[in-house]
Design a protein. Structure first.
Length: 246
């Protein structure tokens, strides 16, 4: 979230930061095997709003205070703009909450014995004794306490400019948390937000396939190889695993 990124449109930020995107991932967070697809040229589609469910999603893992934080944070990481809906409207919070009830969030798929080395290269795997669900719980509590110490307000109660500054400081590690390293917390939150914006809707995010539509990705279509080498906009709407069309 550098100053340069903030000056760029949301589409450019996502294109530059996501050289690979999860298509039908189940929260790989770069640590397990997920199906990845190179980002194609974006389609020049008209901005559309994500469909609103008749019943609001109720989180099963996050508390009300934690849920307010998640909603506020993802809304700043990928905000809605004239290009279309952002991560909040696309259902990224629902995606993240659902992942907290999977083996992924409990670290059940990883080797979790020490020693842990924070400076180890990525190919050495997860290097924290904390698992994702713990990182969220501790990270949200620490960030809210930090935010409240500044001016008496929780993160979700701050204005958008202050939220952006706090997220920038988390990304830079410019915070002193005893419970969890702030950079680990921020990186997990950002990665899961991206996944929630671009996953197949079956996982709770990318509602209306707004993420796929924004970048011109065809989704789970059986065959679109004829278009891979063309420098043309893909002419058909994205399709989800369940057969829904954007």
């Amino acid at each position: 979230m550098s100053d340069q990124d903030q000056d760029n449109p949301r589409r450019e930020f996502l294109r530059k930061s996501l050289t690979l995107i999860p298509v039908v991932t189940v929260a790989s967070t770069g640590l397990g095997g997920s199906m990845l697809m190179a980002v194609p040229e974006p389609a020049q589609a008209s901005p559309e709003k994500a469909p609103v469910s008749s019943k609001a999603y109720e989180p099963s893992y996050f508390t009300a205070e934690e849920w307010a934080f998640i909603n506020a944070a993802v809304a700043r990481l990928i905000p809605a703009d004239d290009q279309g809906p952002g991560a909040l409207e696309a259902g990224a919070p629902e995606y993240i909450d659902r992942q907290m009830n999977t083996p992924y969030a409990a670290g059940a798929l990883w080797f979790m014995q020490g020693p842990f080395n924070a400076d180890a290269p990525p190919e050495m795997g997860w290097q924290s004794k904390l698992v994702p669900k713990e990182i969220y719980r501790l990270g949200i509590a620490a960030t809210d306490a930090w935010s409240k110490a500044m001016n008496g307000k929780l993160f979700a109660e701050q204005d958008s400019a202050t939220q952006d500054k706090l997220l920038q400081r988390l990304e830079a590690g410019d915070a002193q948390f005893d419970s969890v390293p702030p950079k680990i917390f921020f990186n997990l939150l950002l990665q899961n937000t991206k996944e929630g914006f671009f996953c197949d809707p079956v996982h709770g995010g990318n509602k209306g396939m707004v993420g796929w539509t924004m970048i011109g990705f065809p989704g789970a279509r059986a065959d679109f190889m004829d278009w891979v080498e063309r420098n043309e906009q893909y002419p058909f709407p994205a399709v989800s695993i369940r057969g829904e069309r954007a």
